[in-house]
Design a protein around this ligand. Structure first.
Ligand code: ADP
Ligand code: MG
Length: 229
């Protein structure tokens, strides 16, 4: 194995986050490392900071203190468009409500995420269509709002993996689906991450999904020293 592959994809140290005007820490994590292509699941009661943590890793919010490195880069040291470009290349996201671009088509939603990829522009259509086919989406020109929730979830997965990120962050990615579809949807997400060698950090409420991951952490257990809070 090369040195690079043993380096963590995500490395969190002494992370604290408090929302403005809030009196409590929304996130406290002493240390967390995710290795290349590893798939981990995070659980914890509602309000324990799971979504906040994913937003911090994605560089959508800045920690109050502590550091988060993705592929060895301190995301929060990057400013403006540099951070957007870094996120676009290295981090894929699947949100609970998908947050797809309504009014646009399926394939246009995938193009949006290829914007920062190293793939030349002329290869975007082929890449997007191949991905959509793999994920079983046969209506690339349908508008997002005309799709079922299950199909939207697949598009969200396609968008998250399109630029071959090193890590995919998924916030309760099956919460909007009927339980009988949750396992198949999680399969799709996990397979998509494996096929591009991306690590996966998934937040879920569904206990039945936990055993499918390499590692499980309860967010509360990542706080080693509460007295220091
Ligand atoms: P989870 O995803 O685990 O349910 P969140 O990360 O959404 O938890 O929230 C963690 C804590 O931060 C909760 O106590 C929540 O009330 C608080 N919180 C979330 N978003 C905001 C916000 N925009 N402003 C202030 N407090 C917030
Ligand atoms: Mg949440």
């Amino acid at each position: 194995m090369s040195m690079q592959s043993t380096e963590p994809v995500v490395e969190i140290k002494s992370l604290r986050y408090r929302y403005p005007r809030s009196e409590r820490w929304a996130v406290v994590i002493e240390a967390l490392e995710i290795k290349s292509a590893e798939q981990i699941v995070l659980t914890g009661q509602s309000g324990c900071g799971k979504s906040t943590l994913l937003h911090l890793i994605a560089g959508l919010m800045n920690p109050t203190s502590g550091t988060i490195k993705v592929q060895g880069t301190n995301v929060h040291a990057l400013r403006g468009s540099k951070r957007d470009r870094f996120r676009g290349r290295h981090i894929g996201m699947v949100f609970q409500t998908f947050q797809l671009l309504h009014g646009f088509t399926v394939v246009e939603n995938v193009y949006a995420s290829l914007m920062f990829s190293e793939l030349p522009r002329r290869a975007h259509r082929e890449r997007a269509m191949a991905l959509l086919e793999t994920l079983g989406i046969n209506r690339p020109d349908a508008r997002i709002q005309d799709l079922s929730v299950g199909q939207q979830q697949r598009v969200a997965v396609a968008r998250a993996v399109a630029c071959a990120p090193s890590v995919v962050l998924a916030d309760e990615p099956t919460a909007a689906l009927d339980p009988e579809f949750a396992i198949a949807a999680m399969d799709l997400l996990q397979d998509a991450c494996r096929s591009i060698g991306a690590a996966l950090i998934c937040v879920t409420h569904a206990p039945s999904l936990i055993e499918r991951f390499d590692r499980h952490h309860r967010l509360e257990d990542l706080v080693l020293d509460r007295s220091a809070v």
